[in-house]
Ligand binder design. Structure first.
Ligand code: THU
Length: 164
């Protein structure tokens, strides 16, 4: 028997002020965008803002539905619109943030993408053979920076497995 260990290492910043300007621009815009999320059921407003290789900025917000499972997360709404509008353009970095209207808290702890979004992010990294840098935060406070989305999905399944 062999034992294997997979480690996750990422950067933690006290606030947006410590980020590089390139990362701060994405997070700042994501924080402004939460107000446009369509989340009347959960009241948990999520937004994502990404920079593509060509420098273009793309955005996504969660889009809920009265039939709850039809809803889509901010990250996957961004990936879907990017795939449609810029089918050849890899993503360099994506900031994700949220505003939880249910809580008296300040939405000041980073969230990280759900399992389904992690799978979608890995698909995009494999598709373009390029890491997506994740900048995860809330409306204020700490920011996590993860160099490559697939670090969040160890032993992931991808198209490579389908080749046999
Ligand atoms: N949600 C996202 O959009 N992204 C995440 O990373 C976590 C959860 C959405 C899904 C649903 O509309 C609401 O947040 C509450 O789960």
């Amino acid at each position: 028997m062999n034992k294997k260990t997979i480690e996750l290492s990422f950067e933690v910043y006290d606030s947006i002020d410590q980020l590089s300007e390139a990362d701060a621009i994405l997070l700042r815009q994501a924080r402004e965008l939460t107000t446009t999320a369509y989340a009347p059921y959960s009241k948990f407003l999520v937004s994502a803002v990404a920079r593509l290789n060509n420098g273009k900025i793309v955005t996504g917000t969660n889009q809920e539905n009265a039939s709850y499972p039809v809803s889509i997360c901010a990250e996957r709404s961004l990936l879907a619109s990017t795939g449609a509008l810029f089918p050849k353009e890899p993503l360099e970095a994506m900031a994700v943030t949220y505003h939880n209207l249910n809580a008296d808290t300040h939405s000041n702890r980073p969230i990280s993408p759900c399992g389904m979004c992690r799978q979608a992010l890995v698909e995009t990294e494999v598709r373009f053979q390029q890491p997506i840098r994740l900048i995860l935060s809330g409306m204020e406070g700490e920011v996590y920076v993860i160099a490559k989305a697939d670090q969040l999905l160890p032993l992931s399944f991808s198209g490579v497995d389908l080749l046999g």
